[in-house]
Write a protein that binds this ligand. Sequence first.
Ligand SMILES: Nc1nc2c(ncn2[C@@H]2O[C@H](COP(=O)(O)OP(=O)(O)OP(=O)(O)O)[C@@H](O)[C@H]2O)c(=O)[nH]1
Ligand SMILES: [Mg+2]
Ligand SMILES: [Zn+2]
Length: 314
Amino acid sequence: MTPPPPPTSGVVLVRVAGGYRVHTDAGEMTVTLRGKLKYRDDDRVVPGDVVTLDGTTITAIRPRRSVLRRQAAQGGSTGGGGPRRMQPIAANVDQVIVVTSARDPEPNPRLMDRILVIAEANELPAAIVVNKTELDPAAAVVLAGRFGSASYQVLPTSVKANEGLPALRDLLRGRHSVFTGESGAGKSSLLNALEPGLKRRVGEISEKWRTGKHTTVAAELVPVAGVGYVVDTPGLREVGAWGIDRNALGACFPEFRPYLDHCRFDNCRHLTEPGCAVRGAPPGAIDPDRLLSYERIYEEVSEPSWSSGRRRGR
Ligand SMILES: Nc1nc2c(ncn2[C@@H]2O[C@H](COP(=O)(O)OP(=O)(O)OP(=O)(O)O)[C@@H](O)[C@H]2O)c(=O)[nH]1
Ligand SMILES: [Mg+2]
Ligand SMILES: [Zn+2]
């Protein structure tokens, strides 16, 4: 019998030392990137990418139907005040799941807003999971209030008390998702609970700071049987919004959208302008803290990309 032909394509699972782990028709294998593709750091291969293979070499990245990107550390790997770059995290995903915990660590709504803005700017639907709900059942209610008018689904779960997992399964079913959020919220634990045998590493929570310890170090595409693919990502400490057009920022807050076309001035920034329909929205339509988040992010994305580097240099 002739051996089957080698696979000509695969799906990238994770970056490993010296290459990438890919899933192919013939099983998993480790492959390397052809030299020419190697140094395009702003467009590197990420979990979820479909790649063309020649033996154990990636020769091309297939066009992506979607990509989640965020701002790379300033100056990239070289440090210093170089230009900021957009870094892809995951490709071909259908939705972003922002995972937070009810407590230990405390929810960080401002950080959640920033992730949601990035999802919106990438035209990806998003939902919120509030894990560890057994520690503080009220937390999910508070967050549902804050995010309710933005119409994000807020789903309470507990790995420990085995709550909300069937609903999470439903949310993930048939889609490619990415789990993102603070370190220690329980992203990897949720995946272990959904897929017994997965055995992803989970970390402890620091006794002193009640925060996670950045246990997951590389984004990885994980197949969850009967559900779909989930990209588990390293916990985020902060999220820059740079790269988002400030004139498009308002539309990245779904609850602002009904008001955006009704401001007195066409070029309203929704900050201090008279006759701003966003600021004049009826009570309860827009959470005041979401509006504050908007202001902060607006300020950040309005700063010229070279200015913080220059400031640092002085
Ligand atoms: N009380 C409680 N603890 C949980 C729950 N889910 C996870 N944990 C604990 O939270 C800690 C952190 O969990 P991880 O799954 O490593 O968190 P993570 O979000 O993947 O963290 P990073 O990989 O660092 O981003 C571990 O000690 C888990 O056992 C839960 O529902 N309740
Ligand atoms: Mg993790
Ligand atoms: Zn306005």
